[in-house]
Design a protein around this ligand. Structure first.
Ligand SMILES: Cc1ncc(COP(=O)(O)O)c(C=O)c1O
Length: 340
């Protein structure tokens, strides 16, 4: 990426991903720092990492310059309790603070701050024991789910594959495709029938996120729910197939600045006519929340086929103006004037 974009100011990566896979941060830090550029890590899913030696490496320990963490995800905090850490000399703290000021509220919520500070204190004092217990419980839960016919817990497939260097095992990713249903259906069924809320889900997987708040009781509820899902699966409607794109088709070309595409003249067109046009809005399968289309990107057919077939199968797209994606907002392009 540095060879492709040598003028970029910094590198930004997501680690852990919402699936629990983690990048080789130390190696990436080394590559960035050799060029005198900072590494920013979106560590939204890593609030617990500093507090136990058996979890993947915390971005600050790996030498990253900034990491952004959602305490409300893997820590214990109210929603919106996100923080950033800064170290080293590559990022000016005053400028960073001024940038944060542009985006943040002037009405700080003391409940959020108080809860974050209480959680930090608890983690420093008892975190290692609490997280150690959660890890032991998770290992047992993973084995038990692996023993349920029709379910497969992913682990070996997720480590040392492609960009994945390590795995946070608290993300228990379960492949439900052998049941003939999608992860979307499994998630909806468990919420509706067992009042169990799963995390990330996609066309073939669901994810149960374990935490320091879990115990034998909650683990057993999850296992009971999953057994009931296996029993119910044959009676669920067969889902339409999701057209999953090749990895190469996911890298859409940015042909316009995102702000120009978003704020400039747009038009709404039937989605079938979108390939070849420039997106003027985002389209993000959520969860996990990684945008497939961003304003300014040239839309391709593979992206549209994936999003449309995904929506048919139960994928949630919260951000396009038309969440069914029958229509899409694209940049209005003036027809080419013939040269005189
Ligand atoms: C990788 C990643 N980064 C950032 C966010 C958003 O974080 P926050 O809830 O703190 O705004 C999410 C939320 O799901 C996420 O998965």
């Amino acid at each position: 990426m540095w060879q492709r974009y040598p003028d970029a100011s910094a590198a930004l990566i997501v680690s852990p991903t919402p699936y629990g896979t983690c990048a080789d941060l130390e190696a990436i830090v080394e590559i960035c720092h050799r060029r005198g550029k900072p590494l920013i890590v979106d560590e939204a899913w890593g609030a617990h990492l500093p507090f136990h030696p058996d979890t993947p490496t915390w971005a600050m320990d790996a030498g990253a310059d900034i990491c952004v963490v959602s305490v409300h995800k893997m820590g214990l905090g109210f929603e919106q309790g996100s923080i950033f850490h800064l170290q080293g000399s590559l990022v000016d703290p005053v400028r960073l603070s001024q940038c944060a000021d542009v985006l943040s509220t002037t009405s700080a919520n003391t409940l959020i701050y108080g809860a974050m500070d209480g959680w930090r204190r608890q983690m420093v004092q008892e975190g290692e024991a609490m997280i150690g217990k959660a890890l032991d419980l998770t290992r047992r839960v993973r084995r038990a789910i692996g023993g349920i016919p029709g379910l497969h817990v992913l682990e070996d497939e997720l480590v040392h594959q492609e960009a994945s260097h390590d795995l946070d095992i608290l993300h228990v990713l379960i492949d439900v495709s052998q049941l003939g249903i999608t992860g979307y259906q499994a998630t909806d069924w468990l919420r509706e029938n067992c009042r169990i809320d799963l995390g990330t889900n996609d066309h073939r997987r669901v994810e149960a996120v374990m935490s320091v708040s879990d115990d034998d009781g909650t683990a057993e509820r999850l296992l009971e729910g999953l057994r009931a899902l296996v029993d119910a699966a044959p009676s669920l409607p067969r889902p339409p197939a999701v057209v999953v794109p090749d990895e190469k088709d996911l890298f859409l070309e940015t042909v316009m600045l995102p702000r120009d595409a978003f704020f400039g003249p747009v038009e709404v067109i039937p989605v079938e006519e979108a390939p070849g046009r420039i997106a003027a809005e985002m389209a993000t399968p959520y969860p996990p929340g990684v945008p497939l289309l961003l304003p300014g990107e040239r839309i391709n057919k593979a992206a549209i086929d994936y999003l449309r077939s995904g929506v048919e199968a139960g994928m949630v797209l919260p951000d396009p103006a038309d969440p069914t994606l029958k229509t899409i907002r694209v940049v209005r392009e003036e027809p080419h004037k013939p040269q005189k």
